[in-house]
Design a protein around this ligand. Structure first.
Ligand code: AMP
Length: 281
């Protein structure tokens, strides 16, 4: 497994791959089984598997957790080595955003909903760094988690709008045995907070159950989910929404095969997100 810190080096390595298929998994590191599920699929579907580890400052607001975001590069690299990853790109911020950097990419409207409401500049940072990484790696396929469903929808839209030659795949959420969606940020949680955080996946399960019982009205589905969340005093609800999977705008009635039900909560200072979809991203 080769490790690269500089753009010219990884480009040179990937040139030697010729026409072979390149799969790419962008991450912010502190890897867990959710990331590894993407890497396995990437290796399965492509001749070369490339992973990036970069905590991207432009997707964090000044008040957010950039400085304390969990990091363990050595552990990450040994996990990737085990999966036979061919190349890992670990750039410094001076490599991605050299002095004088001033070009940003943003997908309009889709970023205004859900997480975009409480994190207004977040998706501009995500699309900018992902477009740069796509330009550096030039992957045939790129793998994202449905855990960040809004991110996956926005990246797919960017790829369509800008005619990028990459196939974007969104893979299912990997959960702990108790249902909590895996996240690098779970490392922040105390045992009590972790238990409280479970209410988010439970609330979404209640929402899903009510849809399966035939409920189609968003207000009723949201009420069922809020009932579960409001029982947990350690939680503060950021949002719980039922939206059109294509436009990400709230809907009054669920759209069969094209609905995203998503939530975000604060447990102490930690923000957790989770969702389920009816249909495919
Ligand atoms: P991050 O390191 O948080 O930026 O995540 C890198 C990629 O892993 C993103 O595409 C995430 O959606 C994906 N990911 C994170 N957590 C999970 C999970 N629990 N299941 C599946 N994919 C995940």
């Amino acid at each position: 497994m080769k490790i690269f810190n500089h753009i010219s080096e990884i480009r040179e390595f990937l040139h030697t791959c010729g026409d072979c298929s390149i799969g790419f998994v962008p991450t912010m590191g502190f890897l867990h089984e959710g990331h590894l599920s993407l890497v396995r699929e990437c290796k399965r579907e492509n001749r070369y598997g490339v992973v990036s580890i970069y905590v991207n400052p432009t997707q964090f607001a000044p008040t957010e957790d950039l400085d304390c975001y969990p990091r363990d590069l050595e552990r990450d690299l040994s996990m990737l080595e085990e999966l036979d990853v061919d190349a890992v790109f670990v750039p410094d911020t001076s490599v991605i955003y050299p002095d004088g950097f001033s070009t940003y990419v943003s997908v309009e409207e889709l970023g205004d909903h859900l997480c975009g409401k409480s994190r207004p500049s977040h998706f501009r940072g995500v699309t900018t760094v992902v477009l740069k990484l796509f330009n550096i790696i030039k992957p045939h396929r790129a793998y994202f988690g449905q855990k960040d469903a809004q991110q996956a929808v926005i990246i797919k839209k960017m790829v369509r709008d800008l005619d990028l030659e990459v196939e974007v795949k969104a893979l299912p959420i990997v959960r702990d045995t108790d249902g909590l969606a895996l996240s690098s940020r779970n490392a922040y949680l105390s045992p009590e907070e972790r238990r409280a955080g479970l209410a988010l996946s439970k609330a979404l399960a209640a929402g899903r159950a009510s849809i399966e019982e035939g409920e189609t009205k968003t207000a009723q589905i949201k009420a069922k989910m809020l009932e579960v969340l409001e029982r947990e005093t350690l939680l503060k609800v950021d949002y719980i929404e039922v939206v059109d999977l294509k436009r990400l705008a709230p809907v009054d009635t669920i759209i069969p095969q094209s609905t995203l039900v998503a939530g975000a909560v604060f447990v102490g200072k930690t923000r957790l997100i989770d969702n389920f979809v009816l249909g495919e991203i």
